[in-house]
Design a binder for this molecule. Structure first.
Ligand SMILES: Nc1nc2c(ncn2[C@@H]2O[C@H](COP(=O)(O)OP(=O)(O)OP(=O)(O)O)[C@@H](O)[C@H]2O)c(=O)[nH]1
Ligand SMILES: [Mg+2]
Length: 263
């Protein structure tokens, strides 16, 4: 794990991007940065090209239209794995994920005496020591309820299931069936977590401070929230239904148990 890559998806983040990239490099100078821009109307893509032209550690993936956070990350993961980056980090451009806390996530991927090395580290708002700054109450509740719902329905142990600040070992991403991850919006984070758990990865959470953006506009929308709720519900039902069918088949001893389904 010697070639860290920080992936920053962007849509209309002109006011935030340069600052975020500079802060990443101030904290982890040897990190490469991949900006994945979805043809932002405000010119974020051109700004990213300018950053790349003046710093070889920065590269840019241009996509032709706004196609969701999930699509941007999946394309970035393929790009990163093909080029041998390890580990691979997800970071929002809007300042909500503090680059200053990046070493905390990376350190937890390392071997340590008191715990198994993690395959996936999540920067968590809802574990001891984690916090939020300047978030409106309704956003806090939505996030907490969303996490709680996903935890119960999918039987996850992770406290902050919707967190977007994450570090993956490259080997972990290779073990996840990325072709089965179809969520494009907010639920992408839960989708990845669910597949990570299904793949048997060691998942750890470290506390982070999540800071509400001060510049630019949120891309969160009711459609994105609805997509997440519906998908989580379907995965939960499928996993339970599938398990019951498998148990029944095993009890009959007919060996016809279906494979665990991936939504
Ligand atoms: N490439 C790409 N990036 C996106 C897209 N939607 C959001 N982003 C980026 O993903 C990151 C998170 O998006 P935000 O709008 O901050 O959404 P959020 O953090 O879930 O919601 P807030 O808490 O309200 O900010 C930011 O860096 C966005 O610019 C998209 O469709 N394509
Ligand atoms: Mg945000």
């Amino acid at each position: 794990m010697s070639r860290p890559l920080v992936v920053i998806p962007t849509y209309d983040e002109r006011e935030n991007l340069a600052d975020t990239v500079a802060r990443v490099h101030a904290c982890v100078p040897d990190a490469s940065v991949l900006v994945v821009d979805d043809a932002s109307p405000d010119g974020t893509g051109e700004l990213a090209d300018g950053l790349a032209a003046s710093d070889p550690r920065v590269q840019v993936l241009h996509r032709s239209a706004k196609n969701g956070l999930g699509g941007a990350y999946l394309e970035a993961f393929d790009w990163a794995l093909e080029r041998g980056f390890d580990p691979i980090v997800q970071l929002d451009a809007d300042g909500s994920h503090l680059p200053e806390q990046l070493p905390r996530l990376l350190d937890r991927l390392d071997e340590r005496a008191d715990a198994a090395p993690a395959d996936l580290v999540i920067g968590s708002r809802w574990v001891e020591g984690g916090s939020i700054e300047n978030w409106p109450r309704h956003r806090e509740l939505l996030s907490k309820w969303g996490s709680a719902y996903a935890r119960v329905v999918l039987r996850l142990d992770t406290r902050d299931a919707t967190a977007g600040y994450r570090a993956f070992r490259a080997s972990a991403l290779r073990r996840i069936r990325l072709e089965d991850v179809h969520t494009r919006g907010y639920g992408f984070q839960v989708d990845m977590l669910w597949h990570a758990r299904e793949a048997g990865l060691v998942i750890a959470e470290v506390p982070v401070t999540f800071v509400e953006r001060t510049r630019g506009r949120s891309k969160m929308s009711p459609v994105i929230v609805l997509e997440a709720i519906l998908r989580v519900t379907v995965w939960g039902l499928r996993s339970r239904f599938g398990r019951r069918r498998r148990d029944a088949a095993e009890a009959r001893g007919d060996g016809s148990a279906p494979r665990r389904s991936h939504a």
